[in-house]
Structures are given as structure tokens and as C-alpha cells.
Design a protein around this ligand. Structure first.
Ligand code: ASP
Length: 462
């Protein structure tokens, strides 16, 4: 590629460069036209003046978001007033201009923040919205976070393993998305709410240290900060107890922040560990915001919430339901309570909260089939139901499952906090609207009757 990154021009005074990118703005000064040229690395002023020969006729046609290639000489920018722009100290005096593609007038101005107000339009034209430098920064930060995590965990011997998206339901307390099967009439796959069962099965498989940057799907009523699909760092380890998982999590995120966002500082290290009951008593929530100065955009207050109850009373039925999920282990000292008073048992469960958001949840799992069966009985699952939904898990646990546990930090919220973005949609390339639509692709959408026939689906009302 002949193109020089715009960011490099700052150190190239006197040299000839060929740049390519988008016209961010055009200023007509009579004989001379200035453009702000933008590529993924920055913005530079290009002078289209007398030195320009090939392309001189095209100057008048230039409009914002035209794609151009420019050859010219980098020069000190004289009389440059300090603008809120990178690279104001140099400009490029063009000798050649080529229009690579034209652009219609965009539905909103790319460079300003006014587009913020126009959510639906921004998402419909997300590929234009993402041209904004703030969005490019967010994509880059997300990449840096994921890359750091991959390297950090790989160095500790973790294996990244992909688990299926087409699978059978795993209970995490939300409704599932279902996918009809063409080959098996009347049968369905579901999209995983998380890889929970697979990661446990990988521990039975002897992997010992697993992680995945995993997409999770939950068919919930979307609230402001929820998306029907979201990304977790899913991880699981064998031969560990609560302490090991907490230590790994704290070390991982502390290192990540010091490397990826060194301008941030932590309110407290080591991270406070607050028992669930104490959090509820002192703060009235299990997601306390422990920042000392809530106006400090660089403060990060992490804490672990620990010792959750294993069960809670169902809001709708006369029975107990798991607080986390039904694979979560009771504390060793509470095992006898499963026989006598299960509602009093506490779990080996932990959450991570960050500035008032729950950013991770996890637990040590049950690895013995007899204890797992007891939990099913307490939850009033019938034998049939247990066999149908969890037969494979009981079977797997009975083939030498090691003690194991893990955690799953939500990456969208974490990156949003690190980017000082109020909404996770700002750090997801192609998010859904707040009511769960993809307005760019037009999803969900109706399907032709023939396609529905093929998967044996009939619409009862439209
Ligand atoms: N599967 C759990 C979740 O998605 C996390 C875990 O227990 O590791 O919340």
C-alpha cells in the first residue's frame, strides 16, 4: 500500500507523502481550498493550492465524506491556531488529488456530537456513525482490552475454546432465543445464554483452564443497558476454590487497567470483599458504587460481593430458585443445611461490581453428582425434567469431574466504563436499538412462506 498513515505526517516535515482517506471538512478561500483529511489514524489539513496540477479540476467537486487520495509535501503549519484536533502542527501541500469515490450528503454530521441525539438514525447508518473518531477510539479500546485478556490468560496456560451457538437451553434465568430445525421437524436449537454447561464439561474433559470471548444470547425485554446479545469473558478453572478465582480476576483486571488505560486509578487495592448481607444492609444494594469522587472520570471502584445465599424464594411460585444458577456449589459448612433448611445455605458465589455496575458473576460449581441431585430435588424438578434437561450433566459429573469454578465478566459494560461511555451501545460495533431491533439490517424481519415451510414453522398470527 502506498498510503502513509496520517498520524505519521507529524514527523515527516519536508517529505513527500501519499495520503488517502475521507474529506472531513472543506474550506474555500478563493484560490486555495483547504480540506481536513481523515483516516483511521488521524486528521490533517491538506492545502489544495497552486502546487496542485493533476486533480485541480476536481477540487470544486469535493464534498464531505468524499474518498480521496492526495500526494504532497508535509510542511510546518504556519499560523495554526490551537484547535481541538490532532496534528495541527503540520499540513500537506498537495501536488496531486484523485477522487476515489463520491459520497452523498450524510444523514448527520460525522464530526460533531449532535448525532448523539439521533439514536435510531445513528444505528441505521452505523457504518457512518462509526467513522466518528470517538467511535473509532472505542473500537480500538475494545480490541486492546480483548487482546490483553487473550495474552494474559494464554500466558497462564488457559486455552481458548469455542463452544456451540446452536445448542440446548441452559438455565441462567432468562428466556431463550430458539432456532427451528429444518432436518428435524418440530425440533429446535436454542442459542446459549452463556457457555455455562460447556465450560463445566470442558473441566470434566481435563482442560483445567478455559476461557472464551463468548457471545451470549438472552431474550429479555431490553432495558437501556441490556442487549439481546452481549459478550462475556467466560472462564473456568479446575482444582480451585473461591480464593483462586477472585485472585485471578483481580490480578487480570488490575494489570489490564495499568497497561490499557493507565490514566485510570483504582479506589482501593486489594479490592474490598463485601458479604452480600453486609452490602444490602450498608448500601441497600448488591451493586454499591464505592467511588470516593463520582465526578472523577478516571476513578474505578472495584469490589467483590461474596457469600450470596444459594437460593431465594420464587416471586411467582411456592418454591426456591437459585440466586445464581443451579450448578453453583453451597459453602462446605452449609452442606448439612441442604437437608434441614436449604433457604439458609450460602453459596460459593461472587460478583464483581465496578462503579455501581455488576460487571461479573461466577461461582465454584458442584462437581459431585449426589450433591447436584440434591439441588434438583430442592428446586422441585421432577425426575423426568432432570433427565430431560440435565441428564447429560449428571452423567458427566459421574465420570470423574474435578472440583471447578469460574467467572464471566461482561466485556461490554467493562469497556464502556473504561471508555467513560454511559451506554454499552457506544462500545458495540453493531448494537440493537433499546427495543432489540437491528435497524441497519432490518432485523427481526418476516420470512417468505417457503422459507418457513422448510423449517416447519407456521405463523399463527401476524
Ligand atoms: N454463566 C454465568 C453467567 O453467565 C457466569 C458463571 O457462573 O461463570 O452469569
Amino acid at each position: 500500500m502506498r498510503k502513509t498513515d496520517i498520524a505519521l505526517t507529524a514527523g515527516m516535515v519536508g517529505q513527500q507523502v501519499t495520503l488517502a482517506g475521507w474529506v472531513q471538512a472543506r474550506r474555500n478561500m478563493g484560490k486555495i481550498v483547504f480540506i481536513d483529511l481523515r483516516d483511521r489514524t488521524g486528521i490533517v489539513q491538506v492545502v489544495l493550492g497552486q502546487a496542485l496540477t493533476p486533480g485541480a479540476d476536481d477540487v470544486k467537486r469535493l464534498r464531505p465524506e468524499f474518498v480521496v487520495e492526495v500526494t504532497g509535501t508535509v510542511a510546518e503549519r504556519r499560523g495554526a491556531e490551537a484547535k481541538d484536533q490532532p496534528l495541527t502542527q503540520v499540513e500537506v501541500q498537495a501536488s496531486r488529488l484523485e477522487i476515489l469515490n463520491e459520497a452523498k450528503t450524510p444523514p448527520f454530521e460525522i464530526a460533531t456530537e449532535e448525532r448523539q441525539a439521533r439514536e435510531e438514525l445513528r444505528l441505521q447508518y452505523r457504518y457512518l456513525d462509526l467513522r466518528h473518531q470517538r467511535m473509532q477510539r472505542n473500537l480500538k479500546l475494545r480490541h486492546d482490552v480483548i487482546r490483553f485478556i487473550r495474552e494474559y490468560l494464554s500466558n497462564l496456560g488457559f486455552l481458548e475454546v469455542e463452544t456451540p451457538y446452536l445448542t440446548k437451553g441452559t438455565p441462567e434465568g432468562a428466556r431463550e432465543f430458539i432456532v427451528p430445525s429444518r432436518k428435524f421437524p418440530g425440533q429446535f436449537y436454542t442459542l446459549p445464554q452463556s457457555p455455562q454447561q460447556f465450560k463445566q464439561l470442558l473441566m470434566v474433559a481435563g482442560v483445567e483452564r478455559y476461557f472464551q470471548i463468548a457471545r451470549c444470547f438472552r431474550d429479555e425485554d431490553t432495558r437501556g443497558d441490556r442487549q439481546p446479545e452481549f459478550t462475556q469473558l467466560d472462564l473456568e478453572m479446575s482444582f480451585v476454590d473461591v480464593e483462586d478465582v477472585l485472585q485471578l480476576t483481580e490480578d487480570l483486571f488490575t494489570s489490564l487497567i495499568s497497561v490499557v488505560t493507565p490514566d485510570k486509578h483504582l479506589t482501593a487495592t486489594p479490592w474490598p470483599r463485601i458479604p452480600y448481607e453486609q452490602a444490602m444492609k450498608e448500601y441497600g444494594t448488591d451493586k454499591p458504587d464505592l467511588r470516593k469522587d463520582k465526578n472523577d472520570p478516571h476513578e474505578l471502584a472495584f469490589a467483590f460481593i461474596v457469600d450470596f445465599p444459594l437460593f431465594e424464594h420464587s416471586a411467582t411460585e411456592q418454591k426456591l430458585v437459585p440466586v445464581h444458577h443451579l450448578f453453583t456449589s453451597p459453602r462446605d459448612e452449609d452442606l448439612p443445611l441442604l437437608e434441614t433448611d436449604p433457604a439458609k445455605a450460602k453459596a460459593k458465589q461472587y460478583d464483581v461490581v465496578l462503579n455501581g455496575f455488576e460487571v461479573a458473576g461466577g461461582s465454584i460449581r458442584i462437581h459431585r453428582p449426589d450433591i447436584q441431585k440434591k439441588i434438583f430435588i430442592i428446586l422441585k424438578l421432577t425426575d423426568q425434567e432432570v433427565q430431560r434437561r440435565f441428564g447429560h450433566m449428571l452423567e458427566a459429573l459421574s465420570y470423574g469431574a474435578p472440583p471447578h469454578g469460574g467467572i464471566a465478566p461482561g466485556l461490554d459494560r467493562l469497556v464502556a466504563v473504561l471508555a467513560n461511555e454511559p451506554d454499552i451501545r457506544e462500545v458495540i460495533a453493531f448494537p440493537k436499538t433499546s427495543d432489540g431491533r437491528d435497524v441497519m439490517m432490518g432485523a427481526p424481519s418476516r420470512l417468505p412462506a417457503a422459507q418457513l415451510d422448510e423449517v416447519h414453522v407456521r405463523i399463527t398470527e401476524a
